[in-house]
Design a protein around this ligand. Sequence first.
Ligand code: UD1
Length: 427
Amino acid sequence: MEKYIIKGGNRLHGEVTISGAKNAAVAILPAALLSDEPCIIENVPNISDIDITIKILLSLGAEVKMLDKSTLRIDPRRIRTPVVEYDLAKNMRASYYFLGALLGKVGRARVSMPGGCDLGARPVDQHLKGFNSLGAECAVDHGMIHVQADRLVGAHIYFDVVTVGATINVMMAAVKADGLTVIENAAKEPHIVDLANFLNSMGADIMGAGTDVIKIRGVKALHGAHYSIIPDQIEAGTFMVAAAATGGDILVRNVIPKHLESITVKLQKIGAYVEEFDDSIRVTGGGPLVKANVKTMPHPGFPTDMQPQITTLLTLAEGTSIVTESIFDNRFKYVDELRRMGADISVDGRVAVVEGVGRLMGAPVKATDLRAGAALVIAGLAASGITEIEEIHHIERGYEDMEKKLRALGADMKKISIPESVLAQAL
Ligand code: UD1
């Protein structure tokens, strides 16, 4: 078992470089299967969700070579099976992107129901509705999702909810369908635009990504491409909040400031000073922090993946803040852990009322999911005393070298491994 041990209280200062976007990479790597030639993908983050994505690609028969720490070459010419088994899919939500990619590539796929962060119900009805509209038969049995089509035909699809996953999945299948597909009420997140740019660089014909109507004219074949993934909006936002929470001063490099606007505006309201440059952003804390209300919304609204981090910051602010989670049913599980550190937060369904307490105290806590884990790291950095965070494998799913990056900013933080044999003795 591995843990983070954080001695809080240091003001973070210096520069940090943001890695490639997890949520773009977990879509772009499967999308490379759609090509008839190898693709080279740069700025791939070194995180465990990518390790799993690579294992899935290899299990399907693709060749994957690491050209350097963040560059991959994917050769999809020898795909031998369209099946993604439970052992691989169970760890990661985005394993369902292999449905759209394989459906577009070979006309069928069988993927185990995906795992990922437990944020309440996460149905896949809109994915299946989209595939169905394109002419695919879809079924779920024994924990496997099956999709199959002799021929995919472009269609008009209106999503009942704004969904990132279904927008991406249907986009991947539709690039190889006959004729025009129109997706209405599409999600607009930066990684949707990034995936569309990648597919277009392989010869796809996608227009409107980043708006709520995406038009895809199917093509017969896609060729190889050399592509660089966008920087991670949520990793950047996490370091921005860490600067504000510790009264620090951090230059966050390799970002697209436009993607960070909703976070920037909220941090300014809470009392941090934020300065934007072309591809970096500087956040300076240290002044008084004041209450703010936050409601998560699809892009360009405030991202649900930043909700736990901003809630943690609000525990340090003066006054009562209201945080409303409008995307997921159950995304406040980490609140119990923050309470152990002295936070005063009450939760009623999708609304949390945060009474600012000014200061948190270090405590042993447990990461309940990826972003919850990031929030606890921020809490530990800002708290007095020692915080020990368990279950950090959740954090490592989505943050490259988190503790190294934080240490370089002055955090007193280390990762320790407790051998299984020692744990067994302790029981
Ligand atoms: C993606 C992101 C995740 C982020 C979320 C919202 C990836 C790999 N993950 O997750 O980090 O928190 O977007 O920005 O990119 N829904 C349905 N039916 C469906 C699909 C979704 O009802 O078929 C609902 C979900 O339950 C949820 C809402 O739609 O309430 C949004 O989900 P969605 O945007 O699909 O999230 P994910 O793609 O799972």
